[in-house]
Design a protein around this ligand. Structure first.
Ligand code: FES
Length: 293
């Protein structure tokens, strides 16, 4: 004789996520923020990604309590929320450091030195991929392409760019982070902690003076191709930081970058404007995309 599932007290529905709720005061505060986020979307479930950032900003990672909160306010199942939270690597699933240091080891960065940077940082910090230093400051991870290949090899700290890194500059970077010394991203807004970054990613304004203005646009290296396509005769020539700068090899990244070529500098055939379809009478259309597209 068999017993039914209900007789055994087993639910065949979606299992409840066994997670404690937030304390009342925290939940009230988060609900106020959540209502503001949800109001931006015609369909409330579209607010799930920013809400996951919101709960990540609260605790530093997405906890079961945070997922339960998202499910409650969006009227989703905890299984639906869990499926999303575990799909995207930007959501951390365990307690981690104030600074998420991601070394791009995707193809271009890897061959330009990303693999060496990651290996040396592991040895220097004494942690492996996804692990956090004992002081709770730095979580090291290898990351996929962050669309900054023209600044390879790239290191991201809390999603801010540190371009054209070397093993030495990367080690100095993590030392500064652990010691509490100020560090400046190569471009973009000033660095903030992971929790602060998560709140900005949830869609709340970056209140720091000058932070929004500092976000800027594409860097010179990203725009060289566009300038060439426009037929400019003297495009910015972006010099790799290692070129002719052996004694400057470990200089701060922000000291490096583009410079305008002097008249004595000779542009290689790769740098010179080329005939393209834009100059072909049979195909008179110019470049298909404008800057920023
Ligand atoms: S390969 Fe590293 S940013 Fe694209």
């Amino acid at each position: 004789m068999t017993t039914s599932s209900s007789e055994r007290g087993v639910s065949l529905g979606m299992p409840e996520l066994p997670a404690p709720a937030y304390p009342d005061d925290v939940r009230a505060r988060l609900e106020t923020d959540a209502r503001e986020i949800i109001a931006r979307y015609p369909d409330s479930r579209s607010a799930l990604l920013p809400l996951l950032h919101l709960v990540q900003a609260e605790e530093g990672h997405v906890t079961r309590t945070g997922m339960r909160f998202c499910a409650d306010v969006l009227e989703l199942t905890t299984a639906e929320v869990t499926a999303v939270a575990t799909f995207y690597t930007m959501y951390r699933r365990k307690p981690s450091g104030d600074y998420q240091v991601g070394v791009c080891t995707n193809t271009l960065c890897a061959v330009m030195g990303g693999d060496a940077i990651f290996t040396e940082l592991q040895e220097h910090l004494g942690v492996g991929n996804g692990e956090t230093t004992d002081d709770g400051k730095v979580t090291l991870e290898h990351i996929e392409c962050n669309a900054a290949c023209d600044f390879a090899p790239v290191v991201m700290v809390n999603w801010e760019f540190f371009d054209n890194q070397t093993p030495a500059t990367a080690k100095r970077l993590v030392d500064d982070l652990r010691a509490g010394r100020p560090v400046e991203p190569t471009r973009g807004a000033p660095l903030c902690t992971f929790k602060e970054t998560a709140r900005i990613l949830a869609g709340f304004p970056d209140e720091r003076p000058g932070a929004v203005e500092a976000s800027g646009g594409a860097g010179p290296a990203s725009l060289v191709g566009l300038r060439l396509a426009r037929g400019e005769t003297a495009p910015a020539r972006v010099v790799h930081p290692r070129e002719g700068a052996s004694q400057d090899r470990d200089s701060a990244p922000q000291d490096r970058g583009a410079h305008e070529p002097s008249p004595s500098e000779h542009l290689s055939s790769h740098d010179a404007p080329q005939d393209t379809s834009a100059s072909d009478p049979a195909h008179p259309a110019g470049p298909a995309a404008e800057e920023g597209e």
